[in-house]
Write a protein that binds this ligand. Sequence first.
Ligand code: GTP
Ligand code: MG
Length: 201
Amino acid sequence: MKEKEFENIFLEKSIGEINQIPAKTLTEIALSGRSNVGKSSLLNSIISKKIAYTSKNAGKTILINFYKAKNFRIADVPGYGFSLKSRNEKTRFNKLTDEYFNSKRPDCVLQLIDSRHDLHDNDKQMINFLSETKIKFYIILTKVDKLSNSQYEQFYLNLKSQISIISQNYSEIIRVSAKTGLNINKIRSLIISEAKNSRWY
Ligand code: GTP
Ligand code: MG
């Protein structure tokens, strides 16, 4: 039933400049996080198809890719926190991501954090930004299949206390694995519920 909402999703548009953005006609969920955190992999798991490019190398997604379904859009936004070789590309990338989030377009942001690493400064900045701009956001801990339960517990408690210093405004912390499928259904439900509760529905 849940999967049905994701069945006919397709890559609607890839944009390299903010003025190419599709008109806002639907609830928009954005995937945000450092490069390589697993944004595109999470998207593929949610829609049960390999639609988004994933890579071991950081910086695979350099355009904002909009995936459109009947009741919502998902934006796969370029990851932050890596250096591109070309100065021009780097300028464009930072500008595009900044402009996108500054436009406050997303109705909800899934802020991904790699469960093997501590919060980086740019994660903290992003969480702070989301909190201050009052965009609804969830913290999604990725790649939890790489941790044992006790390692996860330790990581979770540490992360929660680090985040609480920056923000109390997040909706929930959810751990996921694109590899094992852990909590992927929960993310699907969350997206559907965001769509149903929005003025676009
Ligand atoms: P950019 O496009 O560069 O911003 O990266 P991204 O955030 O889209 O990351 P991507 O989905 O391309 O994943 C990066 C790497 O992590 C790939 O090698 C994935 O196979 C791996 N990966 C992603 N999710 C998981 C997971 O849940 N478990 C494990 N074990 N590996 C994962
Ligand atoms: Mg990607």
